[in-house]
Design a protein. Structure first.
Length: 368
């Protein structure tokens, strides 16, 4: 029997095609030309490609077909001798690290189907259920019944592993490596080029790369000093970052402008020079409340006194007694003889509620 030499299209009725018959040579480069609206695309894509792709999908496994959206059958009486067809993008695909021979062919899909349908699942009570037609039938169901089987030993109903569970790039992926077989971790020793350099001088190696060289400015805006050697960055610096977050949250709540970099730098210098002590409350490794005591010479007690400032507590932690305990802790740790706060009339009740009781003009004193 001679091999076909042409594709035979009979009774094509897609869009502008009015029941036409056409023969297209096989194994040759064929171009379809004509006026706009004459039906070129309808013939090429609506009939030839539609029928060719449908025949390609028919050759795939059931597992693959049910996950690929199939087009409708072309409005044509018959199309004979058309080979399977695929529409290709005009660029080569770049396989990722999970790509294998099994993923680029159907081998991997077949293996997953074999494991899910021919395997012997174990029920929650530890009984192994032998492979059976019941498992294969459950795999073909949909919704809540898909892969739901009954243990032949104890009668418990449970869900067996489906084909998706054996995929290394979905639910079946290893939680540690993500299905790649490799665990990636950051090596801090390789991130820091020279700890004697400052961030501004390039201590963090990757921040000198194109597209990353703006990160020092981000760090500086977040309150990290970029002008001192990296090795001298301490927990105090890290705590200052947390402090600036609360400072900004406070400004937003009362409707004031964000503190400028100059203001934050001035605050940092005051802390480092022991002019101001900050006290905070940490919950789940996050700073949730803070207050500061600014030290000054007291004419009342002839010793060190303090002014209570920068008090803020995150809204979700208010009215739980945290503020009162924080003020008492700050007063005790600071060692001041007196602690006062200047407040408006609208704030009197709040400050009294956290321990300030003794009126001094337009101020309240805490302690003695």
């Amino acid at each position: 029997m001679a091999l076909p030499t042409k594709i035979e299209v009979r009774g094509a009725r897609v869009h502008n095609l009015k029941n036409i018959d056409v023969d297209i040579p096989l194994h040759k480069f064929v171009a379809i030309s004509g006026l706009s609206g004459s039906g070129k695309s309808s013939l090429a894509m609506g009939i030839l490609y539609e029928e060719g792709s449908r025949r390609y999908l028919d050759a795939l496994s059931t597992y693959m077909r049910r996950r690929i959206k199939q087009g409708t059958q072309a409005d044509v009486t018959s199309v004979k001798h058309i080979p399977s067809a695929l529409a290709l993008r005009q660029r080569p695909s770049v396989p990722n690290e999970r790509a294998t021979v099994g993923t680029t062919t159907e081998t991997f899909n077949v293996l997953r189907l074999i494991f899910s349908r021919l395997g012997s699942p174990v029920c929650p009570n530890g009984h192994r259920v032998p492979a059976s037609l019941e498992i294969a039938e459950a795999a073909s169901k949909s919704g809540q019944d898909m892969m739901r089987i009954t243990c032949s030993t104890c009668g418990v109903k449970f869900y067996a592993f489906s084909a998706e569970d054996f995929a290394f790039n979905s639910d079946g992926a290893c939680k540690n490596c993500g299905g790649t077989g490799k665990v990636r971790q950051l090596d801090e020793d390789k991130l820091i080029a020279d700890e004697n350099l400052s961030i501004e001088e390039g201590a963090i190696a990757s921040w000198s790369l194109p597209g990353r060289n703006f990160m020092p400015n981000v760090a500086q805006h977040a309150g990290v000093r970029i002008d001192i050697p990296f090795k001298d960055l301490t927990d105090k610096t890290e705590n200052f970052e947390e402090l600036t977050k609360l400072q900004k949250a406070y400004k937003v709540e009362i409707g004031e402008c964000m503190p400028t970099n100059a203001e934050l730098e001035s605050l940092r210098n005051a802390i480092e020079n022991e002019q101001i002590h900050f006290y905070g409350c940490i919950c789940d490794n996050s700073l949730i409340a803070c207050c500061s005591i600014c030290f000054m010479y007291s004419t009342f007690n002839y010793g060190k006194s303090g002014v209570f400032e920068d008090f803020y507590i995150q809204p979700e932690y208010r009215h739980k007694g945290i503020a009162r305990k924080l003020v008492a802790y700050a007063y005790e740790q600071s060692g001041v003889g007196s602690l006062t706060v200047g407040c408006a009339d609208c704030d009197l009740q709040m400050y009294k509620a956290i321990g300030f009781e003794i009126p001094l003009g337009n101020m309240l004193a805490f302690g003695e």
